[in-house]
Design a protein around this ligand. Sequence first.
Ligand code: FRU
Length: 486
Amino acid sequence: PAQTNREPHRPQYHFSPKTNWMNDPNGMVYLNGTYHLFFQYHPNGTTWGPMHWGHATSKDMVHWQEQPIALYPDSLGTIFSGSAVVDVNNTSGFGKNGQTPLVAIFTHHNPELEKKKTGTHQYQSLAYSLDEGKTWTKYAGNPVVPNPGIVDFRDPKVRWYEPQKKWIMTLATKDRITFYSSPNLKNWAKESEFGQNVGAHGGVWECPDLFPLTHNGKQAWVLLVSINPGGPNGGSATQYFVGDFDGKTFKPYSTQTKWMDYGTDNYAGVTFANTGNRTVLMGWMSNWQYAQVVPTSAWRSATTVPRELGLTEVNKELYLTSAPVKELDALNGKTIRLNNISVKGQYDLTAKTGGPSGLFKLTLSAAATQDFAIVLANEQGNELVLGYDKAANQYYIDRSKAGKTAFEKGFGKRHTAPRLSTDGSVSLTLLADVASVELFADNGLTVMTDIFFPETDMKKVFIKSGTGVSIRTLQYTPLTPSVDAG
Ligand code: FRU
C-alpha cells in the first residue's frame, strides 16, 4: 500500500492501535490459524486510564487487523494485564457440546477499593470465549484468586504443566513471583514464592512469564520479570532468570542479573500460548518513564516485532536469545549484498542501496577489533547512532540528537548494553521502522530496542568508523509496510 499522507511517527510494520492509548500486550495466543493479540487499552484517551483489553488478529504476526474491544471493565474493576489459554481438555467446563474454550486469566483492578486503601484492590479473574475471542463471558465465580493483602498482586500468566497435568499461574506479587496451580483454572493453590533476595529490585515486579526452552537437548525454564523502574538504562525493563521448575518451585542456576533487552523500549513482553515448540514474544515498545508524553497524536505506543526466543551458553552461563520471527521476511524487498568494505570516516550506504527507505533490515558482520557505528539520518540533521564500542565492550544507541526529545528530560540519552559474546566477530541485525530501532547483536544475545521521534523520516544510512573498520558482509533489505495507510 502507498504510504503517502500517513501520520507522523506511525510505525509501518509494527502493530499500533488506530486511536488512543495502549500498553502491555495481553493474552497472546495462537488458535486455529490465527494469532490473537490483546492489549491494555484505554479507548477514551491517549494516556493511561480505565483499562480494557483491546484486540487484534493476524495470520502471520506481521499483518494485524484491529478488532472490537474484547474485555470491558465491570463491577469488580478495570481489566489489567493477563494471559489466555486454549483449554483443550475443557478442564474449566466452560466448553459446551464439545467446544474448546479460550480462557482469559486477568487482573481485576478495583478503583473503589483502591481509594479506600485496603491494599486488596487487585485480584485474578476469568473470562471465556467460545467463538475464537469475538465475544467473552466473565466467569460468575470471579475472582478466582482473591487478594491476600498484597498491594501489587497482578498480571497472571498461565500455562499447562503436562508432567503433573495441572495449570501453573505465574503471578507478580510486589517484590517477588508467586506460583499457583489449578486443575481447572477456577480453584488455585499456592505452590511457592521466588525472587525476594535475587535479581534486580529497583522497582515493582510486573508481567512475569515462565516457559521451558531446550538447549543442547536439555530443558531449562526461563522466568521473565518486568520491573518498573530500575531498568539498566532507566525506567522500565525486563529481566530474566534461567533455572529448573518442577511444578512447584523455580530454582535459578545463577544469581547473575540478566536483561532480555537493554534498550529502553521493550517492556511487559510475554510469550504466545499454544505455539507448539516455538516460543515467541512481543513486548510493549515504550517505557513508563515517558510513554504518556511521547509526541504522537491520535494514538500512543506500538508493540515490538515478534521475537523467537532461545538459549545459548557463554562461559557456563545460560542466556536468553531473541531473533525476529521468520514471518517478517514477508516484508522483504530486494536485498543488496556488499562484501569486504573498509570504512574509515563515513560510508554512505544510501548511495548503494538503490534509493532511500526509512524501513529496512540491515545485517552485518565485522571483526570485533574496531569501533564502528550505523547512523540513521534525515535532511533536518537528526541522527540516531547505533554502534559497537570496543574499549568498553559495549553496544550503544544514542538518540540524543535523533529528533524530538524535549517532551521528557530523560529521553534524549545514549543507552549502552554489554557485549556478552566472546566471538571474534561482531554480527548485527537491525530492524528500522519509522520511529523505532531493534538491534539484535551476536545472534540475539544482546538486544536493544529504542524508539525515537525524528522530524522527518530517517531515509539516510551511513556506516562510520574513526579508527577504520572492515565490514566482512553487509545485507540491506528495504521492508514494505504491513499496516494500512492511516
Ligand atoms: C505493566 C502494568 C501491569 C498492569 C498494567 C496496567 O505495564 O503496570 O502491571 O497490569 O500495566 O495497565
